[in-house]
Design a binder for this molecule. Structure first.
Ligand SMILES: Cc1cc2nc3c(=O)[nH]c(=O)nc-3n(C[C@H](O)[C@H](O)[C@H](O)COP(=O)(O)OP(=O)(O)OC[C@H]3O[C@@H](n4cnc5c(N)ncnc54)[C@H](O)[C@@H]3O)c2cc1C
Length: 469
């Protein structure tokens, strides 16, 4: 028997480990089974959010059905920590006579160490381990002309583009059924899973693929013009699917290209599409995490020691977390996160800048809060976004770049529609005062006073960051 170990790749489409396990089994007349290993204690340490576990559970239940149609039984194994995984996998392999285990690699350090321990233990017992590279668009090592690992996005991106200008990476089809359909055992339940917004996302791969197709056909063309306005549904909202691997990033790029080519664009134009560039950012943060292990340890990307420490201000932190800062765009954004588990990219940048720059709070706590609440929590992208915002990261926002929440609000939510949606108490304010209500208006709307004076906080932050510039 060949065993597929599912992790962040809960799909049939373009899944190297699943594809090759099925292909091998078909050639050899062998069978395939599959497992997913829940590690609730490890997930708690990694701050996985209950909503993300909710969509993960839904995806596993759906995968259980589609795999059963292919004759593959998917089972959930349950341990506390990654350290417990090698033994539980070995026991499973031995009790089901598995002689090969297939999985797609994951990049963060704990996952890497877990996989090394699995490979060693299974190898010692004569079980072959077959890891595949999966979760980026380009897996070949991208190095500068001097052979160095890139630390800055733009030259890395040029290299990324030049590789893709020779052709897109292969996407694998869903595997052919290696055996007759099997019955489903108990539907999988994932410890810690809670309700997610099923009106916004689904755990079904087909629905995720449909959403991708619709986005590419109907919205990608206007993405550049609309992507910065949180009141408009101008982005794909595919991030929860990419985070659990219900979609592959390569499939996203292929679909974009297919649609663009049909619309008469050339390969190079498709490659330079702004949406493809966003997928490149996702690849880039993974590339960094792979090449700089200290990122996985929660350290600043820039390793020069900081002479200053971050401030401690529990009241301000709590106000930010609960959307009570008295800055409408910040509070509306935090409400979006709390109510849906998702936040628009422009707002992620704004609230993170507010947290690290205006409140001078440690980016790691903001990163953790995001992970605990996001339905699309993704360690490399979240870490990259927070380090960019706090100017500690690779190619980060310069230390003196501090977003003014009010002018950003006026620019990107001009009519105040987004604020009104998430702060209904301000819905009656006109489009001018909604960005910065007067004291009387705040009182009348039961909306809090600002927790900081923007100008003072900005000056303090500039002094604070200047020390290490
Ligand atoms: C502080 C901060 C924290 C973030 N945390 C996460 C996170 O936990 N998970 C996550 O997936 N993204 C994160 N991002 C990146 C980005 O905000 C989201 O990927 C994006 O908002 C998701 O919406 P979408 O699917 O509509 O994106 P689209 O604009 O449609 O982009 C398509 C896909 O490209 C990828 N992508 C887009 N922008 C970025 C980016 N800046 N960095 C990395 N990948 C990107 C995502 O996979 C996204 O789904 C964070 C950004 C910041 C500034």
């Amino acid at each position: 028997m060949q065993l597929v170990w599912f992790r962040n790749d809960l799909r049939l489409d373009d899944n190297p480990a699943l594809f090759h396990a099925c292909q091998y089994a078909m050639e050899k007349g062998d069978t395939v089974r599959a497992v997913f290993i829940a590690c609730p204690e490890q997930w708690r340490l990694h701050d996985e959010s209950p909503r993300k576990l909710g969509i993960l559970q839904s995806a596993l239940q759906s995968l259980q059905k589609t795999l059963a149609d292919l004759g593959i039984t998917l089972e959930l194994l349950d341990v506390a920590l990654f350290d417990d995984v090698p033994k539980v996998l070995l026991d499973y392999c031995q009790s089901h006579q598995a002689n090969g285990v297939y999985f797609n690699r994951e990049i963060p350090l704990n996952e890497k160490h877990r996989d090394e321990a699995v490979a060693e233990l299974l190898g010692n017992h004569g079980i072959t381990v077959q890891p595949y590279s999966d979760d980026r668009i380009i897996h070949a090592p991208l190095l500068s002309k001097q052979g160095a690992v890139y630390r800055v996005f733009t030259p890395w991106y040029k290299n990324w583009l030049s590789v893709l200008s020779n052709g897109l990476p292969e996407v694998l089809p869903s595997p052919k059924a290696p055996a007759k359909a099997v019955d489903i055992l108990e539907p999988i339940t994932v410890p810690g899973a809670e309700v997610f917004r099923e009106d916004l996302w689904s755990g079904e791969e087909n629905k995720a693929l449909d959403q991708l197709q619709r986005f590419c056909e109907q919205k990608a063309e206007h993405y550049q013009a609309k992507r910065d306005y949180p009141s408009i549904a101008g982005t794909s909202t595919l991030s929860p699917y990419l985070a659990i691997g219900l979609l592959s990033a390569r499939r996203c790029l292929h679909t974009l290209f297919e649609v663009c080519v049909k619309q008469g664009f050339h390969h190079e134009d498709c490659l330079n599409h702004v949406w493809a560039r966003e997928l490149a950012w996702r690849d880039f943060y993974r590339y960094l995490m792979l090449n700089f292990e200290h990122i996985s340890r929660g350290e600043n990307f820039k390793q020069e020691p900081l002479s200053r420490g971050w401030l401690t201000n529990e009241d301000a932190k709590r106000a930010w977390e609960t959307g009570q800062t008295g800055f409408p765009i910040i509070d509306a954004a935090m409400q979006q996160l709390l109510r849906t588990g998702w936040m628009h990219n422009r707002l992620r940048m704004l609230v993170a800048s507010f947290y690290c720059k205006l409140l001078c709070l440690d980016w790691r706590d903001g990163e953790r809060f995001f992970m605990q609440h996001l339905v699309d929590g993704d360690f490399p992208s979240n870490n990259g976004g927070w380090q960019w915002s706090s100017s500690t990261g690779c190619d980060a926002s310069p230390w003196f770049r501090i977003f003014n929440p009010t002018t950003q609000s006026q620019k990107f939510d001009e009519s105040g529609d987004f604020i009104k949606r998430f702060l209904p108490e301000l819905a009656d304010l006109d489009s001018k005062s909604i960005h910065w209500p007067s004291q009387e208006q705040r009182l009348a709307c039961h909306y809090p006073d600002p927790i900081i004076d923007y100008k003072e906080a900005r000056q303090l932050a500039l002094d604070f960051f200047k020390v290490d510039s």
